[in-house]
Design a protein. Sequence first.
Lengths: 108, 116
Amino acid sequence: EIVLTQSPGTLSLSPGERATLSCRASLSLGGNYLAWYQQKPGQAPTFLIYDVSTRATGIPDRFSGSGSGTDFTLTISRLEPEDFAVYYCQQYGSSPRTFGPGTRVEIK
Amino acid sequence: EVQLLESGGGLVQPGGSLRLSCVASGFTFSNFAMTWVRQAPGKGLEPVSVIWGDIDNTYYAASVRGRFAISRDNAKNTLYLQMNSLRVEDTAVYYCAKTDGYLDRWGQGTLVTVSA
């Protein structure tokens, strides 16, 4: 099973700042089989990015994904008030699919 | 528009059973795998079970294997999760999600509480 580790656990930033979230896999994913999700309190997760860097429909371009192998990054170029949430990475290149523990982006 | 609507959650005693349902619309249900993901209070996301479109292929997390059973009725566009021998640690919000490797649409979730 591929274990995903996310860092930092919590990121405290102000609106307008840049957020950089890390996701590290215990084994190389081989292909670009990494996704990112956003979850706000009391809501279901929403799908942000797949195949490492492809934004899902309707996702603003301030969200971008990058990386390969075992190291991946979600970047939010300028934080909007609605971006403060928990972010999860997920790998789907190997069974079982696994999620990281999440990074909370909170208002500083 | 893709919609997923879960139901069937509630309060149950340890050792009891529940069946969750997820009604799908807005896409060709039979063409996609479906996943049940749960989230315990204050915790992260745990994939519980997956069923592929051809029905014969399924996956269960070790924590539920032998107690939970996933199924689908492609004619009714409905996904199910039969949960038996429930434990306190099964308490969570259960989400169904349309799956194409990644989970691109999620339902709103249904809360399962296992408590005496």
